[in-house]
Design a protein around this ligand. Structure first.
Ligand SMILES: Nc1ncnc2c1ncn2[C@@H]1O[C@H](COP(=O)(O)OP(=O)(O)OP(=O)(O)O)[C@@H](O)[C@H]1O
Length: 233
């Protein structure tokens, strides 16, 4: 079964065509990376899937439902490129607020404080946290209800290396369907096994990470393969 599907999606911002007949699908349980050069349309795609933007044309479905529906919100975890928790609430209050909205037990708050090493900041207002700790809290807020569909836009931005490893471990341990937008190939290769590569709002290549590696010459780094594909698009 397909858990994420876009068919012939077009999105314009004035005269800019951000998405130009974009079509792809992700089977339930799939782990996919969304790659593309700057301005390719990755964040726009994520926002459409999260129900924040409406496409001008085309069909978008999440588990057979329209993005933005209440049933979809329940099963979705979306981390935007520039996430911002509630600045005036403390770390704990942010987690308790979202836990209560999501209807998850309070124990989940304790679990998120522990697994992301946030307990030491629990009484600090989110607006006073460092950028990396804000990112950690944002990830905790996105994952607190163990979402079936996880959309992450540059999830490891600002995180120090030990935290990156921790987050990779947490995400790897989840059975959800993943779409992760990133410019960092090691994130794609460690967290996903398939790639959708877009440029100018349309898919230019899709396949497994193994197939992508196989396109390179002997010992060619995967970054070099991807750069060539994007340059030639
Ligand atoms: N709110 C907006 N208003 C006007 N143009 C926009 C808006 N959002 C995106 N665009 C344009 O749509 C195109 C796709 O942008 P998008 O942010 O989706 O790209 P991206 O692949 O996420 O880029 P990056 O890797 O640089 O973050 C770009 O040309 C961008 O300038």
């Amino acid at each position: 079964m397909e858990c994420i599907s876009l068919k012939n999606v077009v999105k314009r911002f004035g005269s800019v065509i951000a998405l130009n007949n974009l079509s792809f699908s992700i089977p339930c349980g799939g782990r996919f990376a969304l790659l593309g050069p700057n301005g390719a349309g990755k964040s726009t795609t994520m926002k459409i899937l999260a129900g924040l933007l409406k496409p001008d044309y085309g069909e978008v479905e999440i588990m057979g439902m329209k993005p933005g529906m209440k049933e979809v919100k329940k099963i979705l975890g979306y981390l935007p490129e520039d996430p911002m928790p509630y600045r005036i609430l403390t770390v704990r209050e942010n987690l308790e607020y979202i836990a209560s909205l999501r209807g998850v037990p309070k124990e989940k708050v304790e679990e998120m404080l522990d697994i992301l090493d946030l307990r030491q900041y629990e009484k600090i207002q989110a607006g006073k946290l460092s950028r990396g700790n804000q990112q950690k809290l944002s990830l905790a807020l996105v994952l607190i209800h163990n979402p079936e569909i996880v959309l992450l836009d540059e999830p490891l931005n600002y995180l120090d290396i030990p935290t990156q490893e921790k987050v990779i471990g947490i995400l790897k341990g989840m059975k959800s369907t993943f779409l992760i937008s990133t410019h960092i190939m090691s994130i794609a290769t460690r967290l996903t096994d398939h790639v959708i590569m877009i440029s100018k709002g349309t898919v230019i290549w899709q396949g497994s990470i193994e197939e992508l590696k196989a396109l390179g010459k002997e010992d060619e780094p995967i970054e070099s393969v991807v750069a060539r594909m994007m340059d030639n698009a």
